[in-house]
Design a protein around this ligand. Structure first.
Ligand SMILES: N[C@@H](CCC(=O)N[C@@H](CS)C(=O)NCC(=O)O)C(=O)O
Length: 217
C-alpha cells in the first residue's frame, strides 16, 4: 500500500503530463517522480524499465501498488473512480460518448505511436539515408492525423460544450513536434482548446511542475 498516494513516473511536459493533469483535476494526491531524459540517458531508460518493462512513461503506481501504463487506459480508469459531475470521460449514455472513444483511441493509435517511433528513429532505422526518408514519412503521417483531429473539433472543447480528457491531451501535445507555431497556424481548433486548458485554475500547480505553456508565465 502507498497511503492513498498515486505515484507517477514521468518527465515534465512529456506524455506523463496528460495523466498528471487528470490526477490534478480529480484532486488525487500525487507523487511525481522525474525519470530523466529517456533518449539521451541510457541509465534513465534502464532505471525506468525496472518500473515499467516497456521503458515508457507515463507509468502510474496505483494506491494499491498496481502498475498502470497506457495513458488511454489510465484516462478510463481514473474516470471510473470520479464523481460523475467531475468526470473527464462522457458516460455510456452521453451523446458525446462515441466521439470521445473514437478520438481517444485515434490519439493513442494514430498520433502517439508516430512520436514513439520518431523518437527512436536512430535505433529503428540505423541507416542514416533510409532514416531521413522514414522520418519525413512519419512526420507527414503525424501532421495528417493532427489535421483530422483538428477538423473534428467544434469548440470550445474537443467535444463541443463538454470538457473531457481529450482537451488535456491537446493541451500537452500542442507543445510537441511540430511545435506550437505549427499548431497555432495549422490546427487552430486544437490550439484554442489547449489555451482553455492552460487557463484552468485547478491545473496551475500541475502546469508548474510540467513547465508552463509559452506565454502563460
Ligand atoms: N501508448 C503509451 C505511449 C507512451 C510513450 O510513448 N511515451 C514516451 C514518452 S512521451 C516514451 O516513454 N518513450 C520511450 C520509449 O518508447 O522508449 C501511452 O499512451 O502511455
Amino acid at each position: 500500500m502507498t497511503d492513498g498516494l498515486w505515484t507517477l513516473y514521468g518527465q515534465p511536459g512529456w506524455g506523463s503530463a496528460i495523466v498528471d493533469l487528470q490526477l490534478g483535476w480529480y484532486g488525487l494526491p500525487t507523487a511525481f517522480i522525474p525519470v530523466g531524459h529517456l533518449f539521451e540517458d541510457p541509465a534513465a531508460a534502464a532505471r525506468l524499465r525496472q518500473i515499467n518493462p516497456l521503458g515508457q512513461i507515463p507509468a502510474l503506481i496505483l494506491p494499491d501498488g498496481t502498475l498502470m501504463t497506457e495513458s488511454g487506459a489510465i484516462t478510463l480508469l481514473l474516470a471510473d473512480m470520479a464523481a460523475p459531475e467531475r468526470s473527464l470521460v462522457p458516460p455510456p449514455q452521453a451523446p458525446e460518448r462515441a466521439a470521445f472513444l473514437r478520438w481517444l483511441l485515434f490519439i493513442n493509435s494514430a498520433i502517439y505511436p508516430c512520436y514513439t517511433v520518431m523518437d527512436r528513429a536512430d535505433t529503428l532505422v540505423p541507416d542514416p539515408a533510409a532514416r531521413e526518408g522514414f522520418s519525413v514519412q512519419m512526420r507527414d503521417r503525424l501532421l495528417a492525423a493532427y489535421r483530422l483531429w483538428d477538423a473534428a473539433v467544434t469548440g470550445p472543447w474537443c467535444l463541443g460544450g463538454r470538457m473531457s480528457a481529450l482537451d488535456f491531451y491537446a493541451a500537452v501535445m500542442v507543445r510537441w513536434t511540430p511545435g506550437p507555431e505549427w499548431f497555432a497556424a495549422e490546427a487552430p481548433a486544437l490550439w484554442a482548446v489547449a489555451q482553455r486548458v492552460w487557463a484552468l485554475p485547478e491545473l496551475a500547480e500541475v502546469w508548474r511542475r510540467n513547465g508552463l505553456p509559452a506565454g502563460e508565465e
